[in-house]
Design a protein around this ligand. Sequence first.
Ligand code: AMP
Length: 192
Amino acid sequence: MSARLVLLGPPGAGKGTQAARLAERLGVPAISTGDIFRANIKGGTELGRLAQEYSSRGALVPDEVTNAMVRDRLAADDTAEGFLLDGYPRNVAQVAELDAILADSGLALDRAVEITADPEVVTERLLKRAQIEGREDDTADVIRHRLDVYASETAPISDLYAQRGLLSQVDGIGGVDEVTERLLGAIGAPAS
Ligand code: AMP
């Protein structure tokens, strides 16, 4: 079974945790654009300096930068059997770019899975994560902005995938294992 998948959901819905678990179970790489940006920021690269200008205030990094980075990552051999994208696409233009990247290789997306969660619950989770991880974009003001960006730019892409019959929604409230099983069910992976 090929698994070319995107994982959608608001910041704080548990996408990163679930992406790692799903990727392991499905045998495909989890690709988080946020993680790639953070690694570049830490490494002091040119891409990192640029990304930080935006991510530190909870804004999206410009599409041309993000799209080029994803195109490059999806050209790597480890994506031959599939991938699980976490944090991309994040707006309508990125949906079109992902389509184009895949179409250039004669491929298409298999499914978009959305983890749904109440905004109050995710805000609380993000504030808690701030204390543990110390991410500079987990302050109350920046969290508010990230949730606004999600609502205006990212949430509409669920409708696009739903119109194509590719969207599955999964309730993100519950234990980590429980949510993983729901996601695997939505993807159509064999139960463990
Ligand atoms: P995340 O870890 O997915 O919450 O991403 C952290 C930050 O990285 C975001 O707030 C954005 O500044 C940036 N970022 C991650 N993915 C994207 C994307 N697909 N498009 C633009 N910016 C992104």
